[in-house]
Design a protein around this ligand. Structure first.
Ligand code: ADP
Ligand code: MG
Length: 338
């Protein structure tokens, strides 16, 4: 059997409030970056023009798409990927900044997060082209892996230039772009004098100020149980970002095996261990997005050890014989106590 599943957002806004003295809240929703977005504005200033605000928001989303989409041939990323030269080539300063920041995270995570993973993402059928009917062979995986490695991609952002070690290097910013877009929209809303909001793009969140009940936002982390049931871990958060990487949101199944869209760049294979999902809470959404992917690659033990070492708030859901169990880093436990 071959099926592709999408389970939209792993986190949602815990609603339920009996207080009828709620502040007004407005939702702006739409599609972008191959997913959906939802922005909740709480008690916005009087006279705000939602329509023109949404135009500004979509303009920002389109801007990220034009920089980082693998799905459009005119994006800055596709232009760089199509470049056959192994000399320094000029790129947009913002694109250089994104790549350089992503490479810093690769260094920090021993290459578990790696934006040069593109040839493998494409080979496993999670790129812009449709998946081949056959699974890739060990030879194909080894051949693609030869072009994977963040050290093969250099940036010199003072001069807005980048260099790849081979024409076959293929950069994939999809594990970073949604979080990056959330941060850009957050900056936009701040500049528009909006102080209480929730931004969500494809499951990555940023929270600012308070909710309609004048409290911190209640964020529920989905915890899949046996029999497709769900439990939720609720955390009250504000002025922070939340990103989730999971193997139960975008994957395909073949012969009863599940193939995640998150690839371990070190093996060339989709992640395949007992870790089913990771949620990271951090100041910057792009960072949280990338680090969550890295932890999913590293797995429950190594991932948790790195979260402790880097003092990152992370929540891990691990598949066991007894069902799904959770593990939290010290920083995450701290959040739960606050
Ligand atoms: P999730 O929310 O599950 O992390 P994302 O869309 O944020 O999903 O990121 C997954 C995407 O990141 C994949 O579709 C692929 O394009 C890319 N990717 C896969 N493996 C890695 C990796 N190890 N490092 C960086 N990017 C990756
Ligand atoms: Mg992600």
């Amino acid at each position: 059997m071959r099926a592709r599943h999408f389970l939209y957002v792993a986190i949602f806004l815990g609603a339920a409030c009996s207080d009828n003295n709620l502040l007004p809240a407005y939702d702006l929703t739409g599609s972008a970056l191959g997913t959906t977005y939802n922005i909740t504005l709480v008690a916005p200033p009087d006279g705000i023009d939602f329509e023109s605000l949404q135009v500004l928001i979509e303009d920002r989303l389109d801007h990220v798409d034009k920089l980082a989409s693998t799905y459009r041939s005119d994006s800055e990323l596709s232009r760089f990927n199509a470049e056959s030269s192994t000399d320094w080539v000029r790129v947009l300063p913002e694109f250089c900044g994104m790549v350089s920041a992503a490479n810093d995270i690769s260094l920090m995570t021993q290459g578990a997060f790696d934006i040069t993973v593109g040839p493998l993402v494409n080979l496993w059928g999670f790129g812009p082209q449709n998946r081949e009917s056959e699974l890739p062979t060990a030879e194909e995986i080894a051949a693609a892996k030869a072009y994977v490695g963040y050290q093969k991609l250099e940036t010199d952002c003072d001069n807005s230039v980048m260099r790849k070690s081979s024409a076959n290097i293929y950069v994939d910013l999809s594990g970073w772009a949604k979080g990056y877009a959330v941060d850009l929209i957050s900056t936009l809303l701040d500049a528009q004098n909006l102080h209480n909001y929730l931004i969500e793009i494809g499951g990555e969140l940023r929270l600012k100020g308070h909710n309609a009940a004048r409290k911190r936002f209640s964020i529920a982390i989905e915890k899949p149980l046996l029999n497709n049931e769900m439990a939720h871990e609720i955390v009250e958060l504000s002025d922070t970002s939340v990103a989730t990487s999971g193997d139960y949101r975008n994957f395909f199944e073949e012969d009863g095996r599940r193939y995640s869209h998150t690839i371990d760049p070190r093996t060339g294979y989709p992640v395949n261990h007992k870790l089913t999902g990771v949620t990271v809470v951090s100041k910057q959404t792009a960072y949280a997005d990338a680090v969550a992917t890295a932890f999913l690659v590293l797995g429950p033990e190594e991932g948790l050890a790195l979260a402790e070492k880097l003092r990152i708030a992370a929540y891990f859901l691990v598949r066991t014989d007894r069902g799904i169990e959770d593990k939290s880093s010290s920083q995450f436990e701290q959040l739960e106590r606050e």
